[in-house]
Design a protein around this ligand. Structure first.
Ligand code: NDP
Length: 296
């Protein structure tokens, strides 16, 4: 039975980790706030570890899912850190939507000790994680991917090797920048239509059978905006981070990408206005305030 550790029992980490509990896997969990790991262990039979080092001891695979890559990097060092116990031959699979530069730095440090590294950000949201139907974007060595494939397939339906270390991070950031553009652009269009006398339900009905449709118009706006439900599943702060990574990628590659840079600025504005706990779809409320009308 593969021995796995999972670190980071947040909104998406928790449903991912549930697929790694017994009987298929021998699972140890660690979370910064211990009460969450305690509750998870009680519900699933996983073993709660007091430190990252304790979680990683004797594990074949360590999976991390934290807000940013630097949070993962900070768990490597010190007597309680992952490097204190991760055995040579094991693999760190980082499911954080991270940044390529930090991933490459971590991969190099782990390689010095014979430990593998994959950046493995996911898409599909909390519902996809619950259903074990995530898409997993892999950066790193293909042979390493094959070694950990059963772990990835427990929560992922589509596992895609994207390139070397950092390639998964880069692709995930661009995907989420597109999500952000669709949310903001759809909000602007629907606010303008509301003011022109066209109701959001009517507009979405047409857009969703026409060429302007997107996941935002087909799912997020009908389910979360028109209903004013705005459930908190993916923090705006994290989407702001993702668009920032995509904008930085474009700058690094010396690409003229005004839309990416502007979207990054707009989501930074929304994040600073709405705070750390707001959901990403709540950015629509900033567009509504600026436009002086509500969607729906
Ligand atoms: P949450 O904010 O819900 O959870 C974050 C987790 O990381 C918590 O377990 C938190 O611990 C822990 N954490 C935060 N800061 C630190 C730190 N400095 N050191 C150690 N642990 C820390 O985030 P999500 O679960 O939503 O997201 C995790 C990653 O997955 C992000 O990179 C995000 O962009 C990505 N993602 C999220 C999706 C979603 O739908 N939610 C979809 C796809 C990707 P504590 O309990 O102590 O706060």
């Amino acid at each position: 039975m593969p021995r796995v550790a999972f670190l980071g029992l947040g909104a998406i980490g928790t449903p991912m980790a549930k697929h790694l509990a017994r009987p298929a896997f021998d699972l140890a969990v660690w979370n910064r706030t211990p009460s969450k790991a305690e509750a998870f262990a009680a519900a699933t039979g996983a073993r709660q570890a007091a430190t990252p080092a304790e979680a990683a001891r004797d594990r074949d695979v360590v999976v991390t899912c934290l807000p940013v890559s630097r949070d993962v990097e900070a768990l490597l060092d010190g007597p309680d850190g992952l490097l204190a116990t991760m055995p040579a031959g094991s693999v760190l699979v980082d499911c954080t939507s991270g940044d390529a530069a930090t991933s490459r730095r971590m991969a190099a440090r782990l390689a010095e000790r014979g430990i593998g590294f994959l950046d493995a950000p996911v898409s599909g949201g909390v519902v996809g994680a619950e259903q074990g139907a995530l898409t997993v974007m892999i950066g790193g060595d293909e042979a390493t991917l094959e070694r950990v494939r059963p772990v990835l397939e427990s929560f992922g339906k589509k596992i895609v090797h994207c390139g070397g270390v950092g390639a998964g991070d880069a692709l995930k950031a661009v995907n989420n920048a597109l999500l952000a553009m669709h949310i903001w652009g759809t909000a602007e269009g629907l606010v303008a239509l509301e003011k022109a006398g066209v109701k959001a339900e009517v507009a979405l009905d047409v857009i969703n059978t026409s060429s302007g449709r997107s996941n935002a118009s087909m799912n997020l706006f009908p389910d979360r905006v028109v209903t004013r439900a705005f459930p908190r599943t993916f923090r705006l702060a994290l989407l702001d981070k993702d668009v920032g990574i995509a904008a930085e990628l474009a700058r690094e590659q010396k690409i003229v990408a005004p839309l990416l840079q502007l979207t990054s600025e707009l989501f930074r504005l929304a994040h600073s206005e709405l705070g750390e706990e707001a959901d990403h779809v709540e950015a629509v409320q900033v567009v509504e305030r600026l436009g002086g009308a509500m969607v729906g």
